[in-house]
Design a protein. Structure first.
Length: 521
């Protein structure tokens, strides 16, 4: 009954085990009935006299072949026509019988009974009352007679005209010849007579044997209990083992020792619980890993913010103290104040970056998309930035298609994303760097590529370039908060697009950012 690891559900398992228990109990019940039937047959299984008398073996004098008809409760004796014993299945049959004695034996198949009672007459003599009752279609018919002590008929009679009975005739007539047995006679066509004797089980003997049979039947009760306990233990083993594995895994998880349940076996429901536990354990582990990463990132962010704020604040405070203490010559006061102003502008830019980052990270950040031709939008944006690009000593190569590339975007936020990408390129590259901007439609998406042939991003920084406060080099003395690319990616993702860094751009491009936006219907 054991199911495989991929077995059915709990209901099917219970059904199989209950069915197995029921079949086992039915089998035991059938065995008990067979035993009981054997016990009852031993008490009531009468000889098959009709079959014996009809068997040709009887006429052929093959008496040993008649043994099956006798069963356990019958005996027979065959007498010749002259009353001599021809064959007997037991030794206690008389060696010869007279015709008169045979006439005192009831005929096989007849329905008659003889009851014997002690009888006292008026003279005080010892008498015996015999009553024969014949059962037939016409009902019961009774005859009675009284015999004295010598077997002489003193009153009544059985209609056979007898006036005297010998002692042995009376023993056959009253059934006392074979006490505890019922004797009948059958006359064969050959002239032979067969005495048929069957054991009577009655009274205390019957009750004793019946009680013994009942006691033997009670022996099946422990078998029923043992079978039920066995099936319960098998079911418990089938369910308890996977439950123990689940419990051990939960306990280990609570103690901080992650354990996988795997395929714990058992019914489908328990296996599903084990699979869900493993899935949740993996999610918890991933969540814990992410929490640690965020804690590390938070620590780095705080350190970065502290560094970005500390440097301009220190310069501002130092300059103000120098001016207030008169340590700055009169002709240097104005340049010093302008330097303080530049540092204050840097702090304002940092505050704006922090504000923008917090705003795009917030779940309630709202966009106002409108249908826009991206090619025309980028063309207008580059036209507005052309002087800034030229003043920085950069060249611009733009490849923007004339056919419309329509998307639904928030124009203000997309402009901010392009500003962050462009300002990064201008800030971290030397004079003479070429900028490349192109746009195209690619399988339901509009792609904008912004690239340069400048210094490039170190390989160690490429994987984390979009994380907050990560800049293009390890030195944080350069201007910029390291939030621009993170803000730009958030803006693109909020509009259903992506912002990625091309791993190996086509030369002469060294650094290439790819913006994708879904096409409008």
């Amino acid at each position: 009954m054991k199911a495989g690891k991929g077995g059915g559900g709990l209901l099917g398992l219970l059904a199989r085990y209950i069915l197995g228990l029921a079949l086992t109990l039915l089998a035991l019940a059938g065995l008990a009935l067979l035993v009981w039937d054997g016990e009852m047959n031993r008490l009531f299984y009468l000889p098959d006299w009709d079959g014996l008398l009809a068997d040709p073996a009887l006429a052929q004098e093959r008496y040993a072949a008649l043994a099956p008809y006798l069963r356990d409760t019958g005996e027979i004796a065959v007498y010749n026509g002259d009353g001599s014993l021809a064959w007997a299945s037991d030794d206690d049959f008389d060696p010869s019988l007279t015709t008169s004695e045979l006439g005192c034996i009831p005929v096989q198949g007849s329905s008659s009974r003889i009851d014997c009672y002690p009888y006292l007459d008026t003279t005080g003599g010892d008498r015996t009352l015999l009553v024969r009752t014949d059962f037939g279609d016409a009902g019961e018919q009774s005859r009675a007679m009284v015999l004295d002590g010598s077997g002489r008929v003193v009153w009544g009679g059985f209609g056979d005209g007898r006036a005297q009975y010998t002692e042995r005739e009376l023993s056959y007539l009253t059934g006392e010849r074979f006490a505890g047995w019922y004797l009948t006679a059958a006359w064969l066509n050959s002239g032979r007579v067969v005495l048929l004797r069957e054991r009577l089980v009655a009274g205390e003997s019957y009750l004793a044997q019946y009680a013994a049979a009942q006691r033997r039947m009670w022996g099946f009760v422990p078998l029923f209990l043992a079978a039920a306990i066995l099936w319960v233990l098998l079911l418990r083993r089938r369910i308890a083992r996977p439950l123990r594995r689940l419990d051990a895994a939960v306990t280990a998880q609570a103690a901080g020792r992650p354990v996988r349940v795997g395929d714990c076996g058992g019914p489908r429901e328990i296996r599903q619980i084990g699979a869900r536990f493993d899935r949740y354990a993996r999610q918890l582990e991933e969540s814990e890993t992410e929490r640690r990463r965020l804690d590390e990132a938070r620590g780095k962010m705080i350190a970065a913010i502290s560094h970005d704020i500390k440097t301009p604040v220190t310069v501002i405070c130092g300059g103000i103290d120098a001016v207030c203490d008169g340590k700055v010559p009169p002709e240097e006061v104005e340049p010093t104040l302008r330097m303080i102003r530049r540092r204050a502008d840097t702090l304002a830019q940092l505050a704006d970056s922090f504000h923008e980052y917090a705003k795009v990270e917030h779940p309630d950040f709202l966009l106002h998309p409108e249908r826009t031709d991206i090619g025309e939008f980028v063309r207008e944006y580059l036209a507005a930035k052309y002087d800034e690009i030229a003043l920085a000593g950069f060249t611009l190569e733009a490849n923007l298609p004339e056919p419309p590339l329509c998307c639904k975007v928030d124009r203000l936020q997309l402009t901010r994303a392009l500003d962050n990408l462009l300002s990064n390129a201008l800030r971290h590259n030397r004079l003479g760097t070429a900028l490349f901007v192109d746009a195209a439609r690619e399988e339901g998406w509009v792609t904008i590529r912004i690239a340069d042939n400048g210094e490039g991003i170190p390989p160690s920084r490429r994987a984390r370039i979009f994380e907050p406060f990560v800049t293009g080099n390890d030195a944080r003395s350069t201007s910029g908060s390291g939030l621009g690319l993170s803000i730009a990616r958030q803006i693109l993702e909020r509009q259903g697009g992506t912002l990625t860094l091309t791993p190996h751009p086509v030369p002469p491009r060294v650094t290439e950012f790819v913006l994708t936006l879904p096409c409008a219907e």
